[in-house]
Design a protein around this ligand. Structure first.
Ligand SMILES: Cc1cc2nc3c(=O)[nH]c(=O)nc-3n(C[C@H](O)[C@H](O)[C@H](O)COP(=O)(O)O)c2cc1C
Length: 312
């Protein structure tokens, strides 16, 4: 999730759930082409299985980014056809590409030629007034012909003009039935449903109709949810103690701080770890007040734990 997640966040999430499939935030093919590819493609080996999500519409750039991602060891390359932001539309990628499946299919084929890993697509269920099952199928079919077998579907349309990206994740209503219908009509596809999923019971219900679920905001804001999901699907796994998760982050933090990463760039992802628990506010407050200070290191987290009631 752009501006929210990064490799530090994923490292933390992996400690909470050893087996969820992690996705990077969208990285543009142009950034990998022109910029510091290493910065965008770096990840810790513990993050596997991990997909790189690419934004773009230039087949050559998408192909070359795919090749670099494959060399770096990503397990899947995902094309973003869901982001509604203006910046993204002016670059002709993201959700506006739903109107141009032929461009996405061309990118898809170019990417497939550069990797032995699955190339997948994340999309919305429609855009603007093209809010119909038929439009979704017309988008998906050329990609199926190009070889795509896995779609992650955010179960709302994107309004390209007039709504902010944030509103576009709230205002258009969720329509899970359209995603279920896609799976019913194309049973050979792997369909992953996304949007508004925050409860394990919801996941159980959805998995009766589709192959997977993707969780965004709930996983970021209440990261312990990932540990609960992990335990739900792996009954022999004991729910981890939140304090142990913090302890397990310390060596990683020490290493990164020593190499110049500001502490708060890592701890910002951990603020929600104790959400709903006694002391959650003290935890957040201590970190918010101390993690940005110049010489702050992992001791801030130890002190933040000490600032909380023992029962937490
Ligand atoms: C801050 C933020 C950034 C996001 N960035 C991306 C992104 O880079 N790529 C993407 O496919 N979706 C992105 N999304 C959308 C989420 O992946 C997801 O589709 C959406 O939030 C609905 O799922 P949820 O209700 O589980 O959060 C972002 C969402 C948020 C809140």
């Amino acid at each position: 999730m752009m501006d929210w997640t990064d490799r530090h966040c994923r490292y933390f999430m992996r400690l909470l759930s050893p087996s969820v499939f992690l996705y990077t935030e969208m990285v543009t093919a142009a950034a990998i082409h022109h910029g510091d590819a290493q910065r965008f493609l770096q990840f810790d080996v513990s993050e596997h299985p991990i997909a790189l999500q690419l934004g773009g519409s230039d087949p050559q750039w998408m192909a070359s980014a795919t090749q670099k991602a494959t060399d770096h060891g990503f397990d899947e390359i995902n094309i973003n056809v869901g982001c509604p932001s203006d910046k993204v539309q002016s670059g002709q990628f993201g959700a506006c590409l739903m109107a141009h499946p032929e461009i996405v299919a061309e990118c898809y084929q170019a990417m497939l030629g550069q990797t032995d890993k699955p190339v997948t697509v994340k999309t919305r269920i429609g855009i603007d007034d093209r809010d119909s099952y038929e439009f979704l199928v017309a988008f998906v079919e050329p990609l199926i012909d190009a070889g795509c077998r896995k779609f992650v579907v955010h179960a709302r349309i994107a309004i390209l003009d007039g709504l902010s990206p944030k509103e576009n994740r709230i205002v258009p209503p969720l329509n899970y039935d359209r995603v279920y219908r896609l799976k019913d009509d194309f049973p050979e596809l792997e369909i992953v449903i996304n949007g508004g999923i925050s409860k394990i019971e919801q996941i159980d219900t959805m998995l009766q109709r589709v192959d997977g679920v993707m969780v965004g905001r709930q996983a970021y804001q209440q990261p312990y949810f990932l540990a609960e999901v992990e335990q739900h699907f792996n009954a022999d796994r004991v729910l981890p103690d939140r304090r142990d998760i913090v302890e397990n982050m310390l060596p990683y933090i020490d290493l990164n701080v020593a190499s110049g990463v500001p502490l708060n760039r890592i701890t910002r992802h951990m603020l929600g770890l104790f959400a709903g628990q006694p002391g959650a506010r003290a935890w957040r407050r201590y970190i918010s007040e101390h993690a940005h200070l110049g010489d702050a290191g992992s001791e801030v987290l130890v002190k933040a734990l000490n600032a909380m009631p023992i029962a937490a």
